[in-house]
Design a protein around this ligand. Structure first.
Ligand code: NAD
Length: 333
């Protein structure tokens, strides 16, 4: 049997990545959709052979509780809407996968975690890279100190944004700018290479070079994490130009991924030569990994849970606080 997934929000990530990936998965299938746009519903029903009974809009969504075809609800909406739909999905008795960032503020993340616990359902974040072989290899190289302890790192993720009217540019919907959207990957990268939680952060906003465009959110942001071992990580995120690099300099060598966070193929090398790993569909291995554990009745691994999503959201907010105040922020783990 495969678990039935319902996608909530049929925007670009659902339509270009998740639905195609669900045609390749072994442990889950695209069983239902939740959309506010009737024309999209008709198109998806036909394209993916979805029965009418498994199609919901935002008003009828709660009736998903009565649908035995749907085991997992996958929330793929703008960031400000994650909390409401995760909580409603949990109340409907479904396991939930929620896109990153889990929410905008830590309090919402905690409410989402609590709602899933109360319903005895599991909550996973859409952290696809945790199942991706190049990423797993750099986690191993860093955490097992294959090149000795990590001394300093760069973990940066940025791109030039297109349409300036999209929700990503609206503070209320996105929670912020590139930090909320792709900077979160740089935060994750620093944490999964060191295997440590940062103890302090300093951060700086760049001056805006396109102030007309970046009225509500930051254009570029730099931050520095310090880790208990003494390792430091320098990061950049931006919506004005691109960088995608995860680099670790260790006592006896170095390793890097670049590109490090996109849909792949990722590419990596070390001071001893190239990193060779299989190229996979990130979304397929992520959904399969989560759904296999759900099907086997196992607790999801820590690195993919709501608590992990909450840790990152706390760090994102600490980075903003550091940039706004110009002060070093001490972090509690
Ligand atoms: P998108 O703008 O392409 O799609 C958003 C969807 O939400 C659309 O279908 C839109 O109709 C719907 N929606 C419902 N109410 C809305 C409202 N009030 N305003 C705007 N849209 C509304 O966005 P996307 O790129 O698909 O991103 C959705 C989520 O997925 C975000 O949280 C994003 O961070 C995440 N995402 C993750 C990855 C990844 O690699 N894990 C990649 C892209 C996006």
């Amino acid at each position: 049997r495969k678990l039935g997934i319902a996608l909530v929000g049929l925007g670009s990530y659902s339509s270009q990545r998740l639905a195609p990936a669900l045609q390749q998965t072994q442990h889950c299938r695209l069983a239902g959709i939740v959309t506010g746009t009737p024309s999209k519903a008709a198109e998806w029903m036909q394209k993916y052979n979805i029965p009418k009974a498994n199609v919901y809009d935002y008003k009828t969504f709660d009736q998903i509780a009565d649908n035995k075809d749907i085991d997992v609800v996958y929330v793929v909406l703008p960031n400000s809407m994650h909390a409401e739909y995760v909580i409603r999905a949990a109340k409907a008795g479904k396991h939930v996968i929620c896109e990153k960032p889990l929410a905008i503020m830590p309090k919402e993340c905690q409410d989402m975690i609590d709602a899933c616990k109360k319903a005895n359902r599991q909550l996973a974040v859409g952290y696809r890279l945790h199942y991706e072989p190049f990423t797993k290899e750099v986690m191993r190289l860093g955490q097992e100190k294959v090149f000795g302890p990590v001394k300093f790192m760069e973990s940066s993720d940025a791109f030039r944004i297109g349409d300036p009217t999209q929700w990503r540019m609206k503070k209320a919907m996105a929670g912020g700018g590139p930090l909320m959207d792709v900077g979160i990957y740089a935060v994750q990268g620093a944490r999964y290479v060191t295997g440590e939680e940062p103890i302090s952060v300093t951060a700086q906003f760049s001056p805006k070079t396109e102030p007309e465009k970046f009225k509500e959110v930051e254009e570029t942001l730099f931050w520095q994490f310090q880790f208990p071992s003494g390792a430091v990580c320098n990061s950049t995120t931006s919506y004005t130009a691109g960088v995608e690099r995860l680099y670790a300099s260790c006592q006896n060598g170095w390793f890097e991924l670049s590109p490090a966070f996109g849909y792949g193929p990722l590419k990596g090398r070390t001071s001893k030569g190239p990193i060779e790993q299989p190229v996979v569909n990130h979304q397929a291995v992520h959904m399969d990994g989560v759904c296999k554990d759900l099907m086997d009745g196992k607790q999801l691994p820590n690195h993919i849970t709501g608590e992990e999503g909450l840790r990152d959201v706390r760090l994102l907010q600490a980075i903003y606080r550091a940039a706004e105040t110009g002060r070093k922020i001490e972090l509690k783990s």
